[in-house]
Design a protein around this ligand. Structure first.
Ligand code: NI
Length: 391
């Protein structure tokens, strides 16, 4: 790195209050996925204030912006969207829009990305360029990452990173993990059909409820024996629907749920495997099963080299106490689409509140805003380091 760390730290710290102000402005006016028009404009204005030009997508939500010139090109990704949750925090800057809330920290991610851009601009000239990607619709399926990829948002980018706030990691710490850090997420709908009939005579009909029960218990159990136990897989049913009366065998039963994996190959194997097993489980009963398996989001697999470089950068600027180990989550994150194309990594940013516990997607969710300064200091140093790497 050709900037001394004290300068990086002081510049990054100096822009932090502006980023916190931006986070609060975004927090007050949350927008759902693909509707982040005002949020996009807030980012455009914050960047323009520092002389950074942005490229807003033609649809008006989401943007990219670059800082630096020449050399290598690395990326930083933030997400813009909020959730359909009615905020209960009572914060002075709580959502002014009933039923909408930034309950996943995307307001902070966006503010941190702007903060890093401002810090890098002030630190320039740089050894390369950083492209900031502000994506819409992370919470939706299909999400915004896939669309941005199709529009060339990461064309030429050699490596990319992102932060996600972590409500159970103390502020000042960053969680690192090589390999899988978030899971794939697929959805499925299974329908079991038969002629229906009287519960007195299942032998004259097809017991669709019993067949559905076989699927519920046997499908996860058989998958356990067919998939390497070292590669976590989770198939869980969330909805079972069938029947209207205790003495009537229904003609149709519906089961739906999600299937998640931390391994790309296992994830790719699932659609065919689930379909085959469902048919085989109900075959002895004569029931007809239809499997509608919807392939969703891939797992986020962190690149070992990127993790090592960012860990080095973070420990040099914030000290080794800032480096924490983190676990993989079975939640999904569409940042994975970018990592299918180029090396990169997602890091957890400690944002735990001092006085109470919260969870992501809760109406009481909030972060310790000290995380924003940590994110800017760490992110700025990480981008300087990644720009200087030989890709
Ligand atoms: Ni999120």
């Amino acid at each position: 790195m050709n900037h001394d760390l004290d300068t990086v730290r002081s510049v990054a710290t100096r822009v932090a209050p502006r980023a916190i102000e931006l986070r609060r402005a975004i927090h007050r006016r949350p927008e759902l996925g693909r509707q982040e028009f005002a949020t996009t404009q807030l980012v455009v204005r914050a960047l323009a204030g520092a002389g950074i030009e942005s490229q807003v997508r033609s649809v008006g939500t989401g943007l990219t912006a670059e800082v630096g010139t020449g050399g290598s090109l690395v990326g930083f990704r933030a997400d813009l969207d909020a959730l359909p949750i009615h905020e209960q925090t009572g914060l002075s800057f709580a959502s002014e829009l009933p039923g909408l809330m930034h309950a996943c920290g995307h307001d902070a991610h966006t503010a941190i990305a702007v903060g890093i851009a401002l810090a890098l601009k002030e630190l320039g000239p740089l050894a390369g360029r950083v492209r900031f990607i502000f994506q819409p619709a992370e919470e939706l399926f299909p999400g915004g990452a896939d669309e941005l990829l199709g529009e060339g948002a990461i064309d030429g980018v050699q490596a990319i990173i992102a932060f996600h706030v972590d409500p159970i990691l103390p502020p000042g710490q960053i969680g690192f993990k090589t390999g899988p850090i978030t899971s794939s997420s697929d959805r499925f709908l299974i329908t079991v059909d038969g002629p229906g009939g009287h519960t007195a005579r299942p032998h004259d009909s097809i017991d669709t409820i019993f067949a559905a029960g076989q699927i519920i218990t046997q499908l996860p159990a058989i998958l356990d024996r067919l998939v390497d136990a070292r590669l976590p897989l989770s198939l869980v049913f969330g909805r079972v629907q069938g029947g209207i009366a205790g003495n009537v065998i229904p003609a149709s039963v519906e089961l739906s749920g999600t299937c998640r994996s931390l391994d790309r190959e296992t994830w790719e194997r699932m659609p065919k495997l689930v379909e085959r097993l469902v048919h085989e489980i109900v075959a002895p009963l004569g029931a007809v099963a239809t499997v509608n398996y919807e392939v969703g989001i891939p797992p986020v697999i962190n690149d070992q080299f990127v993790v090592a470089e960012v860990e080095y950068a973070v420990s040099s600027v914030l000290g080794t106490h800032a480096v924490a180990l983190t676990h993989a989550s079975l939640g999904a994150e569409d940042f994975s689409y970018f990592l299918q194309e180029i090396p990169g990594a997602l890091f957890r940013l400690g944002a735990q509140l001092p006085d109470r516990k919260t969870d992501l997607h809760s109406a009481w969710f909030d972060i310790d805003e000290a995380a924003i300064e940590t994110g800017i200091v760490a992110g700025t140093t990480a981008m300087l380091r990644l720009m200087a790497c030989d890709w």
